[in-house]
Design a protein around this ligand. Structure first.
Ligand code: PEP
Ligand code: CO
Length: 450
């Protein structure tokens, strides 16, 4: 790719980038970041790509989830372990219901930059830059906090490294061992209305494992091993550029700051800087697509980002909302088929279903989230494609941000533990229940096909 290098995006229009008041200092920080060790390796990236290629064919299933935005203040042991626990529990439930291996991808270790609808925010006649995430500026409404500060790029890299280091140590140390699902129980699993259903599944999986080991003599190292991969929105291009490197014995450039970056639709214009940057990296990548996506735009994205139809390379994460998915999705599935390309289809049932309560809180209804998911499974099945993954905003904690679920959280409950500074997340119980219902949906689809 002759016209590409990690910084060539700078010649294209880049949306959603902060304006720094000292470009020379920014450049200095980018140089420092470029010299630091990578967070992930090309081996891991290639392994994930292979697994995503299998998911695109219906042989595996992608579970991607985490907070809308990570914050430096929440980079602590409890928040990180709880996030792993909920992803592990959901993946266990999905394995059971879907009879497929699950690929676990966190929205973590780098999800620090957010797209904003406006560059500025005005309060009481004072206008300051909008808060764009901890990688860029800070939330308090003061000129100093809101000033985009290049040093935060280094703090972001460090927090991502700390997060990833802890996750790797937990996983390697046996935390995610399938023989010990009790390690990942969260305290309130015992009180959940869905607890007994979950415990039964865990028991059955433990029994199967033991069966394989004792009767079949299978060395379960492969079964035991649970991987986590990282992902974040590849929004801040100086940060992404700084971590994009060549590696020995492989062709091309790898973004070694995360395994699996995605582009939001706000930054997915064809001739924009983000599509240009993503074109040149070897990582598997995803693009969020919403109701504004046209067949022509999708086709051009396929031409640019999946020119050689490499398996596992491209995921479309669709997020239309429960009211629009039935009309928006089928033409796009058709377009991919017409282009002769294979992508992984993943449903984000969160971002098209955001609403505001009369009191002004952002929320999402459990039933609408579920409805978009169930419709998506059906639409793919009737269009002859597969829904190969799901993408959630969730928390391993007992927050009250989304309405509904088995415990019937209502609007009044929302104020009790509403912690998100950005989008509302499913709490632990709601996420677990969602996994149970997806499993059930797949079981009934499989029965119908049998
Ligand atoms: C997000 O994933 O947090 C997000 C901003 O989503 P979208 O770009 O799909 O609205
Ligand atoms: Co969000």
């Amino acid at each position: 790719m002759e016209d590409w290098n990690p910084r060539s995006w700078q010649t294209r229009p880049a949306r959603q980038q902060p304006v720094y008041d000292d470009p020379a200092y920014l450049e200095n920080v980018v140089q420092q970041l470029s010299a630091l060790p990578p967070l992930v390796t090309s081996w891991e990236i290639e392994r994930l790509k292979t697994q995503l290629a299998e998911a695109a064919l219906g042989q595996r299933f992608l579970l991607q989830g985490g907070a809308c935005a990570e914050s430096f203040d929440h980079c602590d042991a409890i928040v990180i372990t709880n996030k792993l626990k909920i992803l592990l529990q959901m993946s266990l439930i999905l394995t059971y219901g879907l009879k497929r291996r699950i690929i676990r991808v966190g929205r973590f270790a780098g999800q620090y930059a957010k797209p904003r609808s406006s560059n500025d925010e005005t309060r009481d006649g004072v206008t300051l830059p909008s808060f764009r995430g901890d990688l860029i500026n800070r939330q308090p409404f003061t000129p100093e906090d809101r000033r985009p500060n290049p040093d935060l790029l280094l703090r972001g890299y460090e927090h991502a490294a700390l997060t990833l280091n802890f996750i790797r140590a937990l996983v390697d140390g046996g935390f995610a061992d399938l023989h010990h699902p009790e390690y990942w129980d969260l305290d309130f699993v015992k009180h959940s209305p869905k607890a007994s259903e979950y415990q039964k599944m865990v028991q059955s999986i433990s029994d199967s494992l033991r069966f394989m080991e004792t009767l079949a003599g299978i060395e379960p190292a492969q079964v035991n091993r649970v991987d986590f991969f990282t992902s974040h929105e590849g929004l801040h291009l100086h940060y992404e550029q700084a971590q994009t490197r060549r590696v020995p014995r492989r062709v091309g450039w790898y973004n070694l700051g995360t395994h699996y970056p995605w582009i939001g639709m706000r930054t997915a214009e064809l001739d924009g800087a983000h599509v240009h940057f993503f074109r040149g990296i070897q990582n598997p990548i995803a693009i969020k697509i919403g109701p504004g996506m046209t067949r022509e735009w999708l086709r051009e994205l396929l031409d640019v980002l999946l020119s050689n139809n490499e398996p596992g390379r491209l995921t479309f994460i669709h997020r239309f909302g429960h009211e629009k998915v039935a009309t928006c999705l089928p033409p796009l599935i058709d377009e991919v088929r017409a282009a002769g390309k294979t992508v992984l289809w993943c449903c984000d049932p969160m971002h098209g279903n955001t609403e505001k309560t009369p009191s002004g809180l952002k929320t999402r209804k459990f039933d609408n989230i579920l409805s978009e998911l169930e419709q998506s499974f059906d639409i793919h099945s009737s269009c002859g494609s597969f829904l190969g993954g799901v993408h959630f905003e969730l928390s391993g904690d007992n927050v009250t941000e989304c309405i509904g679920g088995a415990r019937g959280l209502s609007e009044i409950d929302l104020t009790r533990a509403y912690e998100s500074q950005v989008d509302p997340r499913l709490n632990y119980e709601q996420a677990l229940e969602m996994a149970l219902l997806i499993g059930r949906k797949m079981e009934s689809m499989n029965r119908l096909q049998a």
